[in-house]
Design a binder for this molecule. Structure first.
Ligand code: 13P
Length: 281
């Protein structure tokens, strides 16, 4: 049983100076592909799904699947509820066995975000689960349905947030955005450095798709301990399937199933190696 608390993964990442990949999944094939990469590379990993994606992948079906896959993995796996909007859905994820949850109050005034995050923390405590929050605004939305403008995190807000909530992981906005970037992202490493210097909480980078390997490495050495990857997984699965059809490698359903797993595997492997979390299990 290698289902673990995200808190422990991030603590180890802090000590080892690397970041843990948190991969969004939408079906069993993606779960299998991510875990294949993690097991092959002997890497800790996080499986996640965002609340907005539950209309395609219902929580009561994909949630137990993610938890069971983690329990059966030979490498440490945390199961995380990404961009939780309501205490009700967050509690449902905790009941299923998720070992960490995010409450996304980034759109709220700081005061309100702190108040709500504290409520989520006291709920999660009953399950010994970790909690992630977000301050400032990461651009876009997890499923691309909203065009949220980037609003970089104010370092003083991060200090206050940490002090008043004691949250386990803090997502910050430093010019990053969800989905494929329209132009090369310019991350504000000056802000990241200030937040890292002024706080002790493991930091989280959302919007991982399209960030360069060099910037990922720089982030992982400057306090970012969890990196979220969603669009790159979906794109890799889709492209791998498309290629397999083009090359005449799909002759029946199970070839399609294999091509999907392979797409998720390749993407997770590439990112784990960049984040430096290989051989850290
Ligand atoms: P991307 O889709 O840009 O990889 O962002 C993922 C993410 O941050 C999920 O919370």
């Amino acid at each position: 049983m290698m289902l673990v608390n995200m808190r422990d993964l991030l603590e180890d990442a802090e000590k080892g100076n690397y970041a843990v990949g948190s991969f969004s999944v939408a079906n069993m094939e993606m779960v299998l592909g991510v875990l294949k990469a993690a097991e092959e590379l002997n890497a800790p990993v996080i499986l996640q799904i965002a609340e907005v994606r539950l209309k395609q992948s219902p929580l009561e079906i994909i949630g137990p699947l993610m938890v069971a896959a983690a329990e059966n993995a030979s490498t440490p796996v945390a199961v995380h509820f990404d961009h939780g909007k309501t205490i009700e859905k967050i509690t449902e994820a905790l009941d299923i066995g998720f070992t960490s949850v995010m409450f996304d109050g980034s759109h709220l005034p700081l005061e309100e975000n702190i108040k709500m995050t504290k409520k989520v923390i006291s709920t999660a405590e009953e399950y010994d689960a970790a909690v992630e929050a977000e301050i400032g605004c990461v651009g876009g939305s997890e499923d691309g349905s909203e065009d949220i403008a980037i609003n970089c995190t104010k370092p003083d807000d991060a200090v206050r947030f940490e002090k008043e909530t004691g949250v386990d992981a803090l997502a910050i906005a430093i010019g990053n955005a969800h989905g494929n970037y329209k132009s090369t992202p310019k991350l504000r490493f000056d802000i990241l450095k200030q937040v890292d210097d002024m706080t002790d909480t493991p930091l989280v980078l959302h919007g991982g798709t399209g960030i360069s390997p060099e910037d990922f490495v720089k982030c992982s050495k400057t306090g970012i301990k969890k990196i979220n990857i969603a669009t790159a997984t979906f794109d890799s699965v889709e492209n791998n399937v498309r290629e397999a059809y083009k090359n005449g490698n799909i002759k029946g359903y199970y070839d399609l199933h294999e091509a999907e797993i392979e797409g998720a595997y390749k993407n997770a492997k590439r990112h784990i190696l960049i984040f430096g979390s290989d051989n850290k299990a």
